[in-house]
Write a new protein. Structure first.
Length: 303
């Protein structure tokens, strides 16, 4: 029995050692509890002691000593600021909120400075044809413009010619006869009607100037006839409007030629050849304008 008890006791001791060996396994649980408790401790961090600020420089002290001021809107002259609304009353100036009156240019239009042969300023219509149509060629172009105009004037524009010539009523029958012939041509067939040039002298500068003046007045007579009939170029088609614009440009070039100085050496015969071509070119432009206005009149009649 005693040997059996010893054996039983001997077998029991190793079991105790195994149980004792299992005790360290409980340590990880304690470590886990400690790990859980650590974030709580870290949340309660110790306050950091405030450090003294660095000493301010002199400029910083000066800025800090100034009292705070409210933000002011930018001045009118500053970049990026909104401009003030200016009143349009006259007599304003800087600081009053009103603009000054614009300065008048000292340069005046050359047309405004021109005067007629009698020294008087041009009246309406004289810029195109000063003193009215003179001679049969200018009368022909004037009546061509008046007949082709959008609104045919009373008496086909004869009244203006009589007024320009001093109101001589004895001229009216002959003028009306010529105007009726041009009106008949406009209704039946519009063909070029270039005057016959009879130039005796083609070798002088004066002959070139006189011819340029004559052609310029013929173009001006046609345009004055259109003006008497209140013709609106915007009512014309693009082709006719372009022809009228080109015709006015050629008239301006002829005007410049009449004011040119005489060159030292020039072939005036060649000048006249160029003017021959210019006559044909401007005549075709006038015919284009007449035909355009004829189509416009036909459309107005049909509507």
């Amino acid at each position: 029995m005693a040997a059996a008890k010893k054996k039983a006791k001997g077998h029991g001791k190793p079991a105790k050692r195994g149980a004792a060996a299992k005790k360290p396994a409980k340590k990880p649980a304690a470590a886990a509890k400690a790990a859980k408790a650590q974030p709580v401790k870290s949340a309660q961090a110790k306050p950091v002691k405030a450090t003294k600020p660095a000493p301010l420089s002199r400029t910083a002290k000066a800025v800090a000593s100034k009292p705070e001021t409210k933000a002011q809107p930018p001045k009118p002259g500053a970049s990026g600021s909104a401009p003030k609304l200016l009143s349009m009353k006259p007599g304003g100036g800087p600081g009053t909120g009103t603009p000054r009156a614009p300065k008048r240019s000292s340069r005046r239009s050359t047309l405004a400075n021109r005067r007629g042969p009698d020294g008087q300023p041009f009246v309406p219509g004289d810029l195109l044809l000063p003193t009215g149509p003179q001679g049969p060629d200018e009368l022909q172009y004037y009546f061509r413009g008046a007949t082709a105009s959008e609104h045919i004037p009373a008496d086909l524009g004869v009244d203006e010619v009589v007024t320009k010539r001093g109101g001589d009523e004895s001229l009216r029958p002959e003028l009306r006869k010529q105007a009726d012939a041009i009106a008949q041509r406009f209704e039946t067939g519009i063909d070029p009607l270039l005057p016959n040039r009879q130039l005796r002298e083609r070798r002088t500068f004066l002959s070139v100037i006189e011819r340029a003046k004559h052609r310029r007045r013929e173009i001006g007579a046609f345009m004055r006839g259109l003006d008497v009939g209140r013709t609106e170029s915007s009512h014309m088609d693009s082709h006719g409007e372009a022809s009228l614009q080109t015709l006015m440009e050629w008239a301006a070039r002829l005007e410049n030629l009449t004011e040119a100085d005489e060159p030292q050496q020039a072939d005036y015969v060649q000048f006249h050849r160029v003017l021959d071509q210019l006559d044909n070119t401007t005549e075709s432009l006038i015919v284009d304008v007449e035909r355009t206005l004829r189509r416009l009149r036909d459309r107005n009649r049909a509507s």
